[in-house]
Design a protein. Structure first.
Length: 290
């Protein structure tokens, strides 16, 4: 899979001034556009769109310092419709505007080309199971919150605290199938999942019930799920839970090319252990067989 992903990235370099053809890149990588974007984001630590922007402005920075062409000519060459748009993008990457960089010989940033390689980081196996599941509903309360990839998410915590014990108990009573209990559900995700971008976050139950007064309902079609169980010590909250996504996309999907991620809600079930020292967690990701 990584070899095909590297071939797809070569398309970016063919014409950095042109819009990224993610459909063609996905075809080369033998996967879907959604899975390509998600996999790149996890492996590279940035969205594909951000990588392309940094590569484009790396080359533009060299042209600015070289000094033979006008800033407008450089802007157009690298895909920007105006000098103003180019200046904003240039400053965001390099920390200075192109005019200032040319006058002062400023130190600029450089984004090297990315190429993925397989490295062995340990011998610990990753547990998973595949579940084919009929259509069901997620019923509960919803809020719009920003994505936080690592560390506490204050907006998510405030929303959950604000529901109160009575509401959470009502949600839990609706649970009548796997995954059981009160679930943390993320939906309406962009493929790139940029830090700070907003998502729909539910505290909800998987149920066959038609709904409940004062609750919102998310219909989930029949499909296949990859389920990743993990025991997480309380001292590793919330990073230990967040790493479940990184491990799934960074390790499991590259090692199991027979499956790829598809759009849909992503479900986290967390059950505290009786002694209170940790939790047994399950991450449910919607997938399809290739």
């Amino acid at each position: 899979m990584l070899e095909h992903l590297n071939r797809a990235l070569e398309k970016v370099e063919e014409d950095l001034s042109a819009p990224v053809d993610t459909a063609e890149m996905a075809r080369i990588a033998l996967t879907s556009e959604h899975h390509l974007r998600r996999l790149f984001s996890v492996l590279a630590g940035m969205p594909l769109s951000e990588y392309v922007r940094r590569r484009r402005l790396t080359l533009a920075g060299a042209d600015v310092l070289e000094g033979s062409d006008s800033l407008l000519e450089i802007a157009v060459r690298h895909g920007y419709g105006s000098a103003e748009a180019f200046a904003r993008a240039f400053r965001a990457v390099h920390g200075v505007g192109p005019g200032e960089a040319r006058r002062s010989g400023a130190v600029l940033s450089s984004q090297p080309r990315i190429r993925f390689r397989l490295t062995v980081e340990g011998s610990e196996s990753m547990q998973y199971r595949i579940v084919d599941k009929d259509a069901f509903r997620l019923v509960g309360r919803r809020a719009r919150v920003p994505i936080v990839h690592e560390g506490r998410n204050p907006a998510m915590e405030e929303f959950t605290r604000g529901l109160g014990r009575e509401v959470l108990d009502r949600i839990g009573e609706l649970s009548d199938q796997e995954p059981r209990g009160v679930l943390g559900v993320t939906a309406a995700l962009s493929p790139d999942r940029e830090e700070g971008s907003e998502i729909d976050y539910y505290q909800a139950a998987a149920t066959s019930a038609p709904g409940a007064e004062g609750m919102e309902t998310l219909e989930v079609p029949a499909g296949t799920w990859a389920v990743f169980p993990r025991s997480v010590p309380v001292a590793e909250f919330p990073q230990g839970l967040q790493r479940m996504w990184a491990d799934a996309f960074g390790e499991w999907f590259p090692a199991n090319p027979a499956y790829r991620a598809v759009e849909g809600p992503e479900i986290l079930r967390v059950a505290r252990t009786e002694d209170g020292t940790g939790a047994d967690a399950e991450l449910w990701l919607p997938v399809e067989r290739v």
